[in-house]
Structure formats: C-alpha cells, structure tokens
Ligand binder design. Structure first.
Ligand SMILES: *[C@@H]1O[C@H](CO)[C@@H](O)[C@H](O)[C@H]1NC(C)=O
Ligand SMILES: *[C@@H]1O[C@H](CO)[C@@H](O)[C@H](O)[C@H]1NC(C)=O
Length: 365
C-alpha cells in the first residue's frame, strides 16, 4: 500500500512538473528566450507535442509498476511463488492488464465494490457451529453500505430452513438475502413460464410455493432420494421425450453423508439426459448463471461484486468466471494448495471469513 501511495505521489509530481515545464516554455518564448529549437526539427511547436508525449510516456512508465489500488496488495501472487515455476513475464503482464481492465470497468461505472456474496456451509458456519468471529465480521460488513447475499447450492433445504439455522447461530440475516440453487431454479421456471414436475426433496417444495405444477411440461430435478424410483423417473423420462425442458439444481456426482458417501443428483440427471438425448440446464454453482442470478435486481454488475467461499472451483472459480472477484477461505472443505486448482488463481486466499471481511473493508471499499 505504501508503495502504491508513493507511486501515485510520484505520478502526481510528474504531472505538476510537466505542466510547470510547459508554462515555463511559454513564458520563455514570450520574452523571446524560447529553448525548444531542435527537439522536433522544423520549428512548428515541436516542444509542446513531444513534451506531451513524453509526459504521457513517463506517467505510463510510473503507472506500469502500479497495481490497481482496489486490488490491494498482491496476496495471491505471493502464494503463487510457492509454485514450481514463477509466472512467466507475459503471464504476469496479462494478469496486470486484466487487473487494469477490471479497474477501468469499475471506474467507468464510477463505483467501487457494491455487493458481497457469501457461501454458507464451510464459510460462515460449519454444520452447526459458526466460524469463530463470523457474526461480528458480518456486522462490520453491514456497517459498510454493500449489498450482501448468502448463496448456496443446497437441493433440499428451503430458504426458510437455512434462515432458521443461521438465526440459531446468531447471524443477523433476512430471508430475502438468501439465494440458493432452488431460488435459481424457481426463477428459471418463472422465466420460461412452464409447469414443472418437481423431483426435489419434500423440504425444498416450500421454495416453489405458488408455482403451478399440475399437468407438468417441464422437469426440475434436485437430490430427492425418496422420489428416485422407477415409476417417477419414468414419468420424467416421458415428459422429456415430449419436449419438456430438464432443469437440474446441480450435477454433483456424490456427496458425503454421516454414514458414508452417497449418490448425488448428477447420476440421475445424467441418466435422464442419456435416455432422452437431451441436455439439462444446470442452475447451481459453479454455473455462471447462478452468480448472475444472485445479483439480479440489485443493480450491481458482476465486476462490482466479490464472492467469498471455501470451494475453490465452485465458489471462487465460478464467481471469477462470471466476472466477479473470488476470495477463498481456508475453512470448511479447503485443503492445502486448493488455490492452485484454478486459473486465474483466486483474487485472494485467506484464513477465514473475518479475514476476508477485513480485506474488503480495507482494500475494496
Ligand atoms: C454444490 O454443487 C457442487 C457442484 O455441482 C457440488 O460439488 C457440491 O457438493 C454441491 N453442494 C451441495 C451442498 O449440494
Ligand atoms: C458442510 O461443510 C462441511 C465442511 O466442509 C462438510 O463436511 C459437510 O458435509 C457440509 N454439510 C452439508 C450439509 O453440505
């Protein structure tokens, strides 16, 4: 940061200096002591033009060493140093150009960070225990005027269930701040104006209240162990054959349960795709649409948002792929060197949610 400020100061000094030089020139010319002979050749004001060029060039040179201030210090780059080979100069330049482009986009909209997306399980809490300091950190984040959304790709817990659990853990959260893959599926159903057959866990039905489901002409599929049997899957199969769209909450192959690993919705979605030779629209993380939908109605562009999560691919990679910044926290499912699994790497990797909040408050707002 100190270096950044210093460079900015340097650039400002350069500007002032250059302006002084230009005026001095005019002053000298007025009194007949012009000194710009020979610089540009033919006498027709070569000085101003070439000096302007020089000014621009010098400012550019100084700025080249700069990292856009809102990107803060270079945390991920430092970690990348641990890789077997350092990033090549061209890759480095590319990263820098990307950073500058992001900054330019931010500046074009004249706003800094507007929204923070936060993953739930693994980031804010782990099962039934809050991450230490997370409640206070959330309060601090609320002190800054940013939109906060809690995003998760649950297929069985309704927003209401999630809210209850979070309130029990003493998080100050309201239901309309929660965005899940079920919300994303509901939005898509409404957008397409279809009547879905809801192949989801009974607890998830709550999030589809008010949606017409009689005489279905679409299939929404999540993880529904109680419903995944032949007659029901066959009914879905026949609807799809008739041209009904297939909407999948997500396609996880398997997940961890208390009694061991268990089949996720992925194999069932893939089975239906295979049988009907169609492709499902997947709405959960890490799909780009998931992150874009989470911002819908907030008036916030992806470039003005940051996502905090413990899953390098699904949270951080997905969000960055949608144009946001991604912060990886080392809680929940994080394992050593996870941050090396995606390219470009996470914007930042830090210990936990409270650290991520501190960084945002110090560097992104
Ligand atoms: C969310 O989706 C990802 C990718 O499909 C999957 O790996 C993960 O287990 C899912 N999480 C939950 C809570 O369902
Ligand atoms: C919550 O996160 C923990 C840690 O990553 C994981 O072990 C657990 O399976 C997750 N629970 C759910 C319901 O996804």
């Amino acid at each position: 940061m100190a270096f950044t400020l210093y460079s900015l100061l340097q650039a400002a000094l350069l500007c002032v200096n250059a302006i002084a030089v230009l005026h001095e020139e005019r002053f000298l010319k007025n009194i007949g002591w012009g000194t710009d002979q020979g610089i540009g050749g033919f006498g027709e004001e070569p000085g101003i033009k070439s000096r302007l060029m020089n000014l621009i060039r010098s400012v550019r040179t100084v700025m080249r060493g700069l990292r856009p201030p809102f990107l803060g210090p270079e945390p991920t780059r430092a970690r990348c140093g641990g890789l077997s080979h350092p990033p090549s100069p061209s890759a480095e330049a590319l990263l820098r150009v990307r950073g500058v482009e992001r900054l330019a986009r931010l500046m074009a909209t004249r706003r800094a960070l507007k929204a923070v997306l936060v993953d739930l399980n693994g980031t804010l809490h782990i099962e039934d225990a809050a991450v230490p300091g997370a409640q206070e950190a959330l309060k601090r984040l609320r002190g800054a005027s940013v939109i906060i959304k809690f995003v998760t790709n649950t297929t069985k817990e309704s927003k209401h269930d999630l809210l209850e659990r979070l309130q029990k853990l003493e998080f100050d959260i309201s239901e309309d701040e929660i965005f899940t893959s079920l919300t994303a599926a509901r939005n898509l159903v409404e957008e397409k104006q279809v009547r879905p057959m809801l192949l989801v866990d009974d607890r998830a039905l709550r999030d589809f209240q008010g949606i017409q489901t009689s005489d279905p002409n679409a299939v929404v599929i999540g993880l529904a162990p109680e419903h995944f049997h032949y007659p029901v899957l066959n009914q879905a199969f026949r609807l799809l054959l008739d041209g009904a769209p297939l909407i999948a909450i997500h396609k996880a192959r398997y997940y961890k349960r208390k009694d061991g690993l268990a089949l996720g919705p992925g194999p069932f979605v893939t089975g239906l795709e295979y049988a009907t030779d169609t492709k499902a629209t997947v709405v959960g993380k890490p799909e780009k649409t998931f992150f874009l939908e989470a911002l819908r109605g907030t008036g916030c562009e992806p470039e003005q948002a940051v996502m905090i999560g413990d899953d390098c691919r699904d949270d951080v990679g997905g969000a960055q792929n949608a144009g946001m910044l991604g912060i990886l926290v080392k809680t929940g499912k994080y394992r050593t060197a996870d941050e090396e699994k995606i390219n470009p790497p996470p914007y930042l990797t830090c210990e936990s949610f409270p650290h991520a909040v501190d960084h945002i408050l110090q560097h992104l707002l």
